[in-house]
Design a protein around this ligand. Sequence first.
Ligand code: PYC
Length: 313
Amino acid sequence: MHIIDFIDSHTGGEPTRVVLSGFPDLGTGTLAQRRQLLREQHDQWRQATACEPRGSDTMVGALLLAPQDPNACAGVVYFNNVGYLGMCGHGTMGLIRTLQHMGRIGPGQHRLETPVGTIGVELYADGRIAIDNVESYRHAKDVTLEVPGYGTVVGDIAWGGNWFFITNDTPAPLVLTNQRRLTAYTEAIRATLERDGIVAVDNGIIDHIEINVPCPDGDADGHNFVLCPGMAYDRSPCGTGTSAKLACLAADGKLVPGQVWRQAGILGSVFEAQYTPGSRGVLARITGTAHITGQGQLLIDDNDALAWGIGAE
Ligand code: PYC
């Protein structure tokens, strides 16, 4: 029997499963190198943790690792039911809340190593968590797609730690009861990007699709629906998606440095966001809260035909 120790949390409704121990040793390379090793040689551990029957298509895993920089509080590799993420905003809030729950950190400023760079984090005494994300920028403005079944869709391609196609064209209001329609629409956009061979910098796959519209009730500035790579929608306002949106707003002169942007997700949970100018785009600070939901051990029995997760080869 293999044993994985974990702590679960949610951030605005989106789950994070922090893996504390039990995964194979990935050495002491950079977080990008350790992610590559996990992907190429030990991917079944991701599948066993994030996929059914132990996980689900909404589950984001956060493998807790020793940082290279002794001044960082931890290193992390984020993954989901289909693969790996560069950065993850809601997942970082879940990880920081978990480290606090474990007594490993307290309120104050911290640094966290991720495969796409080191980020800053501030844990406030009242439980809020602010992330100083990697630099976010817009790669392309007003990209026009002909999406089968939906017609012309226009959006921007932007980086916020993952690649996003962000549009304000929507086939239906952003309410939970429209979730299937919104999922079908954003899936169609992703398929069109693939069909048309549209990629981002360094052939980066644009694997997150975000509808972002003004918030109808004025409770926030923007309201979004984000389709994640595993075909689940983000229950939170999406930290990396909010960072990418900020980069677009800044590039259009619609948000000035320090101005607060309240980003609501499909469930109505809100991240507060603001930025300082970067060399290429914006340095976004995203603030939210996370709550612990569970703690335990995953057991992997080699005699179980589905031991390594449904969807595993
Ligand atoms: O919060 O950045 C985020 C995120 C990415 C995928 C799911 N959540």
